[in-house]
Design a protein around this ligand. Structure first.
Ligand code: HEM
Ligand code: HEM
Length: 311
């Protein structure tokens, strides 16, 4: 029974029955998009556009070819951390009675005025993972720019946009662009990777910091210009962006020559053997174990190292 004063949204059942319509609607829209794209590709003007812009922007001179091993490690750690970050963030949002609370020992570099804030164990886990994720990302940025590897995921020519439009049309018409990821990503990939690494990740950090105890509480003018509500309104959609990117990304990795793609990222080689797949499978096992072990019973003792855990 809901109390009459409750302002909760409609019961979940109603929401789901409304969502059921989305499935046939989405199928219809997809079918229409495919038919339209196929139709467009019959037009001579579109055909000459596709010839002029096959989908891949040329890399600058001296761009590296292939995938170094460090990139594979970075990418794996990023995947592991972001999986747990999304889960813990979602738990922060949806849990009304946290399993435990954490209060930091007041010895760290970041002193809130007076007593340190008491946060849920979920938020403690979220913030701890964030610290590791930012560290991993910082190493990634440094190596990316130190090795020239950045050129593969940062657009360096405006023609990336017509090439991306061309690649999108090729995907939509179900006649997919030629795979050449070892040497050069297609322009739609470049834009997606660039957005993820250089827009979504910094946005998650700057909005997450704003909501955290590390942000100065008494920075009057700054906090009026950048209110916490704004950060909260951006942080959640950024998570939805990451989730959507990851779903599409993994689907395309597996649908466009899985063994070869997995070799690129997990075995730093460009053939169609099973090495990359084996390492990928092992990485999935690690991620599954981490998912299972990330429970209060295991997190409590770790959290206790730097603070007090209470019910
Ligand atoms: C465990 C699931 C994942 C698999 C199997 C996977 C696989 C891959 C593969 C095979 C490539 C190279 C593509 C090619 O050769 O054409 C790649 C690149 C990339 N992936 Fe993933 N990925 C996964 C998760 C993620 C996640 C969670 C993110 C970020 C949130 C991500 C971000 C990227 C980025 C930014 C690149 C380009 C990296 C560069 O070249 O510098 N991936 N991924
Ligand atoms: C340095 C990076 C990050 C920091 C410092 C951070 C910090 C925070 C903080 C302090 C909260 C609690 C907000 C509150 O009390 O209401 C939160 C919530 C959340 N975080 Fe993060 N976060 C970071 C990265 C991420 C990333 C990368 C994702 C997902 C891709 C994510 C997903 C979420 C979600 C879904 C919530 C719940 C939001 C809500 O209740 O509306 N966070 N984060």
């Amino acid at each position: 029974m809901t109390a009459p004063t409750s302002t909760k949204p409609a019961p979940a059942r109603n929401r789901w029955s409304r969502l059921v319509w989305l499935v046939p609607a989405a199928i219809l829209v997809l079918a229409a998009v495919v038919l339209a794209a196929k139709g467009l590709r019959e037009l001579p003007a579109v055909q000459s556009f596709l010839t002029a812009y096959p989908g891949e922007s040329e890399l600058p001179h001296g761009a590296p070819v292939g995938f170094p091993a460090w990139l594979g490690w970075q990418h794996f750690l990023n995947s592991l951390l972001i999986l747990l970050i999304i889960r813990s963030g979602w738990q922060v949002r949806t849990t009304t009675r946290p399993p435990a609370y954490f209060t930091r020992n007041n010895t760290g570099p970041i002193k809130t005025r007076g007593k340190p804030a008491k946060i849920s164990l979920h938020l403690w886990f979220h913030l701890s993972l964030d610290a590791l994720w930012v560290l991993n990302g910082a190493v990634f940025y440094v190596l990316l720019f130190a090795t020239g590897q950045w050129m593969r995921i940062v657009p360096t020519n405006w023609d990336v946009f017509p090439h991306a439009a061309s690649a999108a049309l090729q995907y939509a018409s179900l006649n997919w662009p030629v795979e050449n990821g070892w040497a050069n990503y297609n322009s739609l990939q470049v834009l997606a990777y660039f957005t993820t690494v250089f827009i979504a990740a910094p946005l998650a950090i700057i909005t997450g910091l704003r909501m955290s105890g590390a942000w100065p509480k008494d920075a009057g003018r700054l906090n009026r210009a950048y209110p916490i509500e704004l950060a909260r309104a951006i942080h959640l959609p950024v998570m939805f962006y990451f989730t959507a990117f990851i779903i599409v990304h993994i689907t395309l990795v597996l649908a466009t020559g899985a063994l070869r793609n997995l070799n690129h990222m997990y075995a730093a080689r460009d053939d169609t053997g099973w090495a990359g797949f084996a390492i990928f499978a092992a990485s999935l096992a690690v991620m599954t174990a981490a998912w299972i072990l990330a429970k209060p019973i295991f997190l409590r003792p770790i959290a206790s190292l730097t603070g007090k855990v209470t019910r």
